[in-house]
Design a binder for this molecule. Sequence first.
Ligand code: XMP
Length: 532
Amino acid sequence: MRTGVFTTMQMKRLGSSGVKRGAKGSAARKKDDFFARMDAQGLALAYADVRLRTGHSETPPSEVIMESRFSRRVPLKVPIVSAAMDRVTEYKTAIELAKRGGLGIIHFGMSPEKQAAMVTRVKLYLNAIIEKPICVEEGDTIGSIEEMREEQGWGFHSFPVVDAKGILKGVITQSDFEFSMDAKRAAKEVMTKTPVTAPAGTDLKKAFDIMTKTKKKFLPLVDKSGKLSGVYVFSDVKRVLFGGSESAYYNVDKEGHLRVGAALGVGEGEIERAELLVERKADVLVIETAHGDTPRAIKVLKELKKNFPHVDVVVGNVSEGESAKRLTDAGADGVKVGQGPGSICTTRIVAGIGCPQVTAVHNCEKAVRGYDVPVCADGGIRYSGDIPVALGAGADSVMLGMMLAGTEEAPGKKVVVNGITYKDYRGMGSLGAMQASRAARERYRADSGKAAFFPEGVEGLIPYRGSIGSVLDQLTEGLRRGMGYVGAKTVNELQQKSDFHRLSGAGIEESHAHDVVITEEMPNYGTRRKDK
Ligand code: XMP
């Protein structure tokens, strides 16, 4: 019924299970030689150090296919994932990102209940037909229903009213809430008692016709005995029927709901948190810790895999091949790479560890090659052109913090300084984040008994960037262009064909705009260079 998972032709090409990283197998690749040569000199490389070599290309950017995977069973139409950070991903980011083919990972700096409610908000965003609608009873008061809405994170205001046997008695909608001045009034007093209904089994097109004819936005379906069997919501019906090219990008699960991931830590109570997240149908759990190659992280991974074998678990972060392999051997369905590349990270500076990100990604990918475990390059992306570089080095997806934290949908506050609008952004290992949440403290192991915090991140402001949609347009176009230049039609081909140039200082200088005073901010290149 729902459009947009894969077209039939794409499915044929990719095999029935969707995108395969498969052919990453054994063939020696030019980039392996490149990284081996660098390694022989003791050199590890960051994004700004390298660019992809161009190749003969029969692939115009418009024909590029960006599909990939975040984890074994969680596909992406666009290989972009948002960081599990308190200034980056809550439900609004996750919804917009999934609508654009990516995936949001809801951070865990909040109670398990609140995080689970956010998962629900994403999951319920798209609902052409709701087979098990949330119902209220005749005696429920307007106040108690509102309270429940808040608690559960339901973004909608229309409810069927049923009796104990599930027989439809009426409906209450947004205007019933708005015009009910007294929160103590019961549903039966304010509901529409003879709502427009349709028989159980009514299809989408028929539902659309009934709804347009009767001007009803909420259509309950009832069987012969009057029992409720589902509802249609007009905005979703319209979106599914006429969403056009936009809905073709929706990253949806088998039931047609947007996909969403949820983060958790390695502290006490995280298995209970996972239980709630799985119950709310989170598509993937992401173990977020600054050091993923520890007995504690591996123990939590194994427990999650034992308790929820049907749900993918991605683990991070690591930056060495051996660590990636250890997590894979322990059952990870995806590995997240990045220790210290992030815009707000200071780990490498204050702890003296870490590997520049392009080399880290390549080493980790090489170590798990052939295991069918996707690799996510987390942190350090500053320009759209860094995305093809990350994927070329071996990543299957990139995780973005800074690039998305400045968007309208990100949870940070807007701040105006000298007439310019910014949003606040902070590392999860920054003082502010650690003071605010146990999750951040756990992630950076700040609860180790010492009184003073040891921050591994900073707090700051980044320019406001407008909607996620407009940012994503630029980022995905950058990826398309990069793939087009390399001559790679798919992400897998990009991984296979990529080879790199190492840039000198002069090469980096030449690559950027130079010798001009930039007078106009481009949507993909600011007036101030990010490496200065
Ligand atoms: P970007 O560069 O996209 O990076 O802003 C986001 C990623 O950075 C990681 N992260 C941190 N790393 N200290 C760190 O060393 C921190 O305080 C911190 N906070 C987030 C995280 O992996 C995120 O996805």
